[in-house]
Ligand binder design. Sequence first.
Ligand code: ATP
Ligand code: MG
Length: 425
Amino acid sequence: MIKSHLTKKPPNSLRNIKTDSLALDILKTLEQHRFQAFLVGGCVRDALVNLSPKDFDIATDATPEQIRKIFKASRIIGKRFKLVHVFQRQKIIEVSTFRSSKVSVEDEDQEILKDPQGKIVRDNSWGSIEEDCQRRDFTVNALYFNPINNLLFDPHHGVEHAKDKILVSIGNPLRRFEEDPVRSLRAIRFATKLGFKIDKEVKEAIYQKGHLLNSVSTARMFDEFNKLFLQGKAKDNYLKLDEFGLSKFLISSKTGEHQSFQREMIMRSLENTDERVKNNQSVTAGFLIAAMLWPKLAKLSSDNEEINLKKFYRNMDFCIGHQMALTAVPRRFYGYIKDIWTLQIKLQSRLGKQPLKLVAHPRFRAAFDLLLLREQCIPKNDGLTEWWFKFQNCSRAQKAQMLEKLYEKRKGTNYKKFGFSEEIR
Ligand code: ATP
Ligand code: MG
């Protein structure tokens, strides 16, 4: 059956694919052992549309145990999806065995297990390439390509759909999104990444089944958060998620009132993240979460247009807790987020000689970046970022002068005002 969908005439973009050398070695070795082996998924899709693939995954009819035996430097990983990591120095290539989606009802130890909503919780039943293909989410993700002999397996017309720039589901998307609700997020992500339209049926399924995202583990949601927002298309993804009403499953920012500052902060922080990705600067989920949740924290902590510090410190845990109910927030980010929030207060108050210490704080840069974002979102700001900019870039003597001036200016006034009042109004 495989022959009927195999073509030896792949598009030029695939013929020119620059396959990673380790992936190429693995393909060759598997074939020498008389197994079928193909590049599959994202790498074939990306090469097809002339993007450079970010990793090379391989699919084969060898079982994990057989793969493990062939490659000395390899390890079987995963429970829900058992697969093999083959490595060489820092490099890792994922090699997975063709799977089927057959569910045997009588079998107590069935390899595919679904929960009462139809969601797959275990999936380790091996199958043929056709069956493997059937299980994949979208037609452009179901392309199998062997760059050694230029064989392409494309039974769902992925190449044609890529040409038409349309994201099409394999099988009925309503059922497919019930099996795995994360597929709605993937649809949005691939559509923005590839510049594709989303097929009508898929759109409908996102509307109807998007709410099932609340049953997905927070760890998986955090993975998706990173893929959606830290890969250069954060703003486009957010806007599309919002169109489908799905942003609420990823970020717990909504406070109900106070919409414009919040929306502005979200947009600016996403744009800023995209800009940083473009410039090869580092980006972290921690900073993005801190920025997107800041308006909520400020609003919840306000008292008479001022920030109430007691409330502020209490609400930090509360806000992170809310976010953790949606996406996991790894431990290393917890302290980081709280630090840069706390620093917002200190950047504002600039008490005594504290500013001298603050510039040396390990989180000062991140905190200052957040301050910059905040100030960009407030039409009338009080020049705080300018003050800090100057302070960072002047001599010690000038620093002392700036602090002295600040002290004089404040005499007799209530300087314990934290934050731009427009943020908490
Ligand atoms: P990228 O790595 O660029 O995000 P990708 O397509 O490689 O995109 P992966 O998550 O690495 O995405 O998955 C590799 C392949 O596995 C996909 O192309 C798809 O064929 C299949 N796949 C992954 N996740 C799912 C899923 N939730 N449902 C169905 N198939 C999936
Ligand atoms: Mg991938």
